[in-house]
Design a protein around this ligand. Sequence first.
Ligand SMILES: C[S@@+](CC[C@H](N)C(=O)[O-])C[C@H]1O[C@@H](n2cnc3c(N)ncnc32)[C@H](O)[C@@H]1O
Length: 336
Amino acid sequence: MCATIIPEKYMHYPVLLNEIVSIISPQYGGTFVDCTFGQGGYSLKLLDFPNTKVIALDRDKDTLKKAVNIKKNFEKRFFFKNLKFSQLNYLKIKNEYIKAIIFDLGYSYAQIKNQKKGLSFNSKGDLNMKMGLNDFSASDVINKLNEKELEKIFKIFGEERESKRIAREIVKERKTKKINTEDLVKIIEKTKRIKNYKIHCATKVFQALRIFVNKEISELIYGLINAIKILKQDGIIAIVSFHSIEDKIIKYFFKSLSEPKSVSRYMPKTISQKNLLKVVKKKPILPSLKEVKENPQSRSAKLRYAIKKSNFNDFETDILNKFKYLIDIENYSEKL
Ligand SMILES: C[S@@+](CC[C@H](N)C(=O)[O-])C[C@H]1O[C@@H](n2cnc3c(N)ncnc32)[C@H](O)[C@@H]1O
């Protein structure tokens, strides 16, 4: 038996909202980009302040309904686009002074509760997991990729210790039938030897599949790169993340653009073009005990932010090389 952690009673709750507000100061007005509109929690809060303008985007077209409603009330101050944030550069905002770009990564309450999206291990029917604007589904992944590839996805994107056994069992079972959501959960339940009663036994495999299907690694990397390009001097980038891979990428990106790299360990650190961002707090901001109590889903949230120090459009970054091993895994999808 596996433990179940879906907290039915918790409705949508914008994570670390007060902390975001205190960092980006909407009380003084300005234009903000909300890269993960979701159910509009952040956008609405920003629009509460007079003289603000919000440009919001989300890859999930189901968020459009909410966006249309907000537009009715804030016609001149709210704009929405169904777009992936890796394509932030497609926004026609060249002449805008963007005060802050915010990201609240992952999925919303509405998405996890939507059976058709199949993001939860409680879903029924075909495997899906597409958040929006995707090329393939979790069903393609589970039923078409080879054993080694599945193992790697579960191990690296889900940190699933029993990835090898699970991948082997999937490949064995799919010889007789196409695997759907219930089949996958059953395979994991019967295969896993190590029991963790705090989380459902399928949590890690489902997380891994979600990251893979939505190409969350390259989305984040290109989202970061394009956000920095769009911002002008003193513009802020603020990101809430929920798992260790995301935090590792954000932390590395900020660090690599805020700290001068030493050429060799025998040479003094040089002030170079690497000194492009200012990271005010090295440690991430975490939700308060009160927030975690009110919304247990927020317990793994981490907020990091940085300020652009000067006006530049282009910059060098080694982030794609640094995380090539993750992007190589995402690229297994090329054969789907
Ligand atoms: C945690 S929810 C955001 C909730 C929002 N802050 C609120 O208060 O309502 C994350 C949202 O980001 C969207 N999303 C995830 N990855 C995205 C991407 N690469 N591009 C655009 N939207 C994305 C999801 O579709 C989801 O609606």
